[in-house]
Design a protein around this ligand. Structure first.
Ligand code: PMV
Length: 318
């Protein structure tokens, strides 16, 4: 019998975003999404049965509120049968303090560890469904390189799968813009964004962008990937500004980095932005351009830390 199981999953950045829920309780999204899994940032999680009164979470060696983890474990108990309380130990190699989302790698790693602990068949599609219930974007982190999350319309039909497994030379420069701004959770952010009068138009456009993005990845067309990803992401953030209780994840520095990226693009360099539920900007470029671009950004923004990431692998057992 397995007594302790450990899995490692990497974070992913969506090129076509998930920003809205059709069925909030199950994280069934309003759009399909497509992401690149990153090599740099990951979470390692181990799970073991415990005789404590509740599920517990030790995150980066610190006892942490386990409400969300316990809710996720309860969903596994509902789907796969009851099991004892679980002690979860997680090491996050994602700069969470800088607001980079770690829920994708965290719930993906936890799903992997739990499937092993429960001795469930490691069917990737089923693991993706399970991870999705913890955090939507986690459904994609089961897979390496590019992952496509088919939105579906119920628990069975909503899962991610590997989209393309060749290296296409894409790079992401992550600008870690720390922010004192209070973070709006992605769940609440999406709920509000869905009240924007322009929301259904964004959803419709996203379906079209997804098809164009797939084509651009297959043809290794970085410029096209960047242009579509940027348009999709800026459109997502526009919904936040158009909704009934407008809000904005961007800070002044976010805008400055976006403007500088555009200037770099106009000067002939491959440089595009994508932004998630926070102030950090990920600059999309290719491996040939990344060094020059990185030097330019470091010179322009000495107070911001930048890290280069490439495509990374899927869920692994350690
Ligand atoms: O998985 P969640 O609930 O953290 O939502 C993530 C949403 C975005 O990161 C903004 C977009 C995406 O597709 O990853």
């Amino acid at each position: 019998m397995t007594t302790i199981a450990t899995a490692k999953a990497h974070t992913n950045i969506a090129l076509i975003k998930y920003w809205g829920k059709k069925v909030p309780a199950l994280n069934i999204p309003t759009t399909s999404s497509l992401s690149m899994t990153l090599d740099k940032f990951y979470t390692t999680t181990s799970a073991e049965f415990s005789d404590e009164a509740s599920d517990t979470l030790i995150l980066n060696a610190t006892n942490t509120d386990s409400t969300r983890v316990s809710k996720f474990l309860d969903s596994l108990r509902d789907y796969y049968g009851d099991f004892p309380k679980v002690r979860v130990r997680s090491e996050n190699h994602v700069p969470t303090a800088a607001g980079l989302a770690s829920s994708a790698s965290s719930f993906s790693a936890l799903t992997g560890a739990m499937f092993q602990l429960l001795e469930l068949p490691k069917d990737e599609r089923e693991m993706s469904r399970a991870a999705r219930r913890g955090s939507g974007s986690a459904s994609r982190s089961i897979f390496g390189n590019f992952a496509l999350w088919n939105m579906g319309n119920d628990d069975k039909s909503s899962y991610a799968e590997s989209f393309y497994d060749e290296d296409i030379n894409l790079s992401m420069i992550v600008a870690e813009i720390s922010s004192s701004q209070k973070k709006m959770s992605s769940t609440l952010g999406m709920q509000l964004a869905q009240t924007a009068p322009t929301y259904s138009a964004w959803v419709e456009k996203s379906a079209q962008q997804l098809e164009e993005m797939k084509q651009a990845i297959i043809t290794h067309d970085i410029e096209k990937i960047g242009l579509i990803a940027q348009d999709n992401a800026l459109g997502m953030h526009e919904q936040n500004r158009q909704c009934t209780q407008p809000f904005d994840y961007f800070t002044e520095q976010t805008r400055a980095v976006i403007d500088f990226t555009e200037r770099c693009y106009r000067s002939g360099l491959l440089a595009f932005v994508t932004i998630d539920a926070g102030p950090n900007v990920k600059i999309i470029t290719d491996k040939t351009t990344e060094k020059e671009l990185l030097a330019k950004f470091r010179r322009e923004f000495p107070e911001i830390s930048f890290e280069v990431a490439h495509a990374g692998g899927g869920l692994k057992y350690v």
